[in-house]
Design a protein around this ligand. Sequence first.
Ligand code: COA
Length: 376
Amino acid sequence: MSENIAKTKQGGLAGIIAGESKICTCGLGNGLNYYGYDIKDLAANCEFEEVAYLLNRGELPNERELIDFRRVIKAQRGLSKELKDLIRAVPKSANPMNLMQLVVSALGALEPEKDNFSNQNEKIARLLGVLPSALCYWYHWVSYGEEIEFNTDYESIAGYFLSNLRQKEPKEDYIKALNCSLILYAEHEFNASTFTARVCASTRSDIFSAVAAAIGSLRGPLHGGANEAAMHLIESFDSVEDAIIGVNNMLERKELLMGFGHRVYGVGGDPRNAIIKEWSRKLGGDTDLFKVSEAIEMVMKDKKPNLPPNADFYSASCYHFMGIPTDLFTPIFVLSRVSGWTAHIKEQRANNKLIRPNSLYIGPEPREFVPMGERK
Ligand code: COA
């Protein structure tokens, strides 16, 4: 007990084992594995849907299973009139993460999960299928005042999303890069949003409530919002020289540089970074923006070697080079991480115990109640 209290005092539950999971190892030997498969192998060889299947079932699909899984997700892309009406009511000024939360909550109201969770897999397919549609529909409505005609040619979520976002055929490399990024973002053990989802699921709540709660946690710049914050940081510098001076000044002022550092990975860094950095280089390596990104990384390596870039830093430029608007970066994270959240919700449900820790009380000693008339 006293050791637990000492750890709690470090803050943020750092280093606390908060439960068992078979889904992912994060930071063991600086590795990242989904159900035992190295993220490097998954990113190099898989489609995102293969990885979503792995997270959902615990095994990679064979060819037939992957075709079926994709077909099921594809059939779940449609937006009902009620959903469209709700989405159109969300103004352009809104944070798109609130849109994502609204859509997920609306699904809970309009297409509820059964109380015994027997249709949880159908609901997971619904989330994987419909969220890209909702985001593209909203983006076009608030940007151009138009309801888009969905291009349904693409089987993959990456191709479907990009073709509908841009309303044109995406370059093959863009689809591959987004596919890779979705794999990298899919799962990450007991991170803040996944833990939120598990806490909510542990009360035996429905899957939509647990996912909506997780989206709220992902929104913050210390978590998923870091990819957008990293983009703003990179774009705030006009040149490599400007970036070197600017980052040094920020460090002197003890400001946070978004896209650097990680609670679990040590100096060895986030294994996802090298993978997404290569995609960023491939899509925009000759641009000033990429050179500025590398200059920021170089100063950080020099001044803060214990804070290497995390997956969010080069995801930012990678998405930017694909022509994705910055305020959609974190919602894209949702399109991917929903596979990890729902895997954890299923795991939590399979062996549920209400998650309800204690706090270490540091408030006032018991004291006499003061009636209203006697209060100062
Ligand atoms: N830039 C500058 N300094 C940083 C930093 C960063 N990105 N990340 C951590 N630090 C500094 C902290 O200011 C702190 O300094 P101090 O000891 O002088 O107070 C020290 O490093 C330890 O950081 P701390 O915030 O206690 O670590 P943590 O484990 O709680 O935080 C993160 C982990 C990810 C929240 C943190 O590194 C961060 O805020 N990074 C930027 C946001 C980000 O990229 N999030 C995405 C994560 S995948």
